[in-house]
Design a protein around this ligand. Structure first.
Ligand code: SF4
Ligand code: SF4
Length: 249
């Protein structure tokens, strides 16, 4: 089993805005391209040119139609899912070889593929389904927060962000230090009531989600329609309860 470092002051992570995500999958594809594509390589790593190309996706986007819930009207919600770089990650604690580890300097959770024996314990432990086993490589993989981009001094400063954040056309993804209360991402979370996914599990995810806002025209979402007074997103609890239901299936 692998020990965790003391909690880091710097907590790099993502803030994902469920209000503006349109489910286009640009983030998932940009992530895939950056992490496995290259200029000549196939985008997918398992059956890339077959009828059902698949493989490892560090970032996946799920789209749901929510039935009316707690007097909120039916709505469509797009939910991007990747590693949340938990402060007390179950995936690290269960790793028998030290392959999964959390960086003391910035809190990023990584996998050292040279140490990974492909036992999949981490993927069973992660409650968010964020681990991706590569049948091709025989090792576990996951979101690295594009650690090879964000510290890359050969890039312009504006480009030192995760590929998913750079690609998002609606700016639904934000990257920064959630350990710094004065950072832009922390302020965004405070302003918009950002929340942890499944906080009751106790893994303290660093990534935060911003709940959908009421629409000016009274519609709940891209597809919903209802009078504005019926909306109550002042607390995120209905969405949280729904998210719990989905992830607990
Ligand atoms: Fe580990 Fe899952 Fe948390 Fe990522 S989301 S740090 S894979 S437990
Ligand atoms: Fe949502 Fe942005 Fe990802 Fe598109 S790129 S699915 S809008 S988070």
């Amino acid at each position: 089993m692998t020990a965790l470092p003391p909690p880091s002051a710097k907590k790099l992570g993502l803030v994902i805005d469920l209000d503006t995500c349109v489910g286009c999958h640009a983030c998932a594809v940009a992530c895939k391209e950056w992490n496995s594509g290259g200029i000549a390589g196939p985008l997918t790593d398992e059956d890339p040119y077959g009828a059902r190309p698949a493989g490892v996706w560090f970032n996946r986007v799920h789209s749901y139609t929510l039935d009316a819930l707690d007097e909120q009207p039916e709505m469509t919600l797009h939910f991007p899912r990747s590693c949340l770089h938990c402060e007390t990650p179950a995936c690290v604690a269960v790793c028998p070889t030290g392959a999964s580890y959390k960086r003391a300097e910035d809190g990023i959770v990584l996998v050292d593929e040279d140490k990974c024996i492909g036992c999949k314990l981490c993927s069973w432990a992660c409650p968010y389904g964020a681990r991706e086993y590569s049948e091709v490589r025989g090792t576990m993989q996951k979101c690295t927060l594009c650690v090879d981009r964000i510290y890359n001094e050969t890039f312009d400063e504006a480009d030192r962000q995760p590929a998913c954040v750079m690609a998002c056309p609606t700016r639904a993804r934000h990257f920064g230090d959630l350990g710094d209360p004065d950072s832009a991402v922390s302020k965004l979370v405070a302003e918009r009531g950002g929340y942890d996914l499944m906080p009751e599990m106790g893994y303290k995810p660093v990534n935060k989600y911003l709940p959908p806002r009421p629409r000016r025209d009274g519609c709940a979402s891209q597809t919903g329609s209802a009078p504005e007074e019926k909306m109550d997103f002042s607390t995120a609890s209905p969405i949280l309860r729904w998210m719990d239901r989905i992830l607990s299936r």
